[in-house]
Design a protein around this ligand. Sequence first.
Ligand SMILES: Cc1cc2nc3c(=O)[nH]c(=O)nc-3n(C[C@H](O)[C@H](O)[C@H](O)COP(=O)(O)O)c2cc1C
Length: 173
Amino acid sequence: MNNVLTTILERVSVRSFKEDKVPREDLELMIKAGMAAPSAVNKQPWEFIIVDSSALLFELGSFLPYAKMTKFAPAAIVVCGNQKNMLDGWEESFWVQDCSAATQNILLTVESLSYGAVWTAIYPDMTRIHIVKRILDLPHHIIPLNVIPIGIPEQNYNHKDKFDPSKIHYNRW
Ligand SMILES: Cc1cc2nc3c(=O)[nH]c(=O)nc-3n(C[C@H](O)[C@H](O)[C@H](O)COP(=O)(O)O)c2cc1C
């Protein structure tokens, strides 16, 4: 197996982290991978916020019930959509797929650099969106898709084997 496949198959969600800081250059490398993702009409409607202030991380984790692990994470990346840079009409909702592709690239880069992370959902829950917008001072046109706490995993995790051949269909259903 090559390195890319190993990274894909061994990625797991990590929800507890050591205290060690994550250098900004590593976080920027993760975002570089995020920006390499495909996007509809190559719109790249994404923005990324690196959060490495322990006060802000604690506040995010305190207010977001499904992202409590962010409280004590050394860093997080918040993947956002920029409404000023989205497609028009029915194509606008492609931003979610574009930013999700970027998110998966980030998660795989996290794994490849021996860090751990978990995708915690913000969009489309309006309550969570308002919480993140308030804490991070996001302007009106910036919509947070997720918060990804990142750090060195506190323990070893075994990846789950999710391969299910019954979900593969050849030619017709
Ligand atoms: C769209 C999406 C939303 C998710 N939201 C949360 C969340 O709010 N909190 C959380 O702890 N994990 C969240 N997860 C992580 C999933 O629980 C996790 O990916 C799933 O259990 C499979 O485990 P694995 O990532 O280790 O393969 C989310 C994942 C996705 C793709």
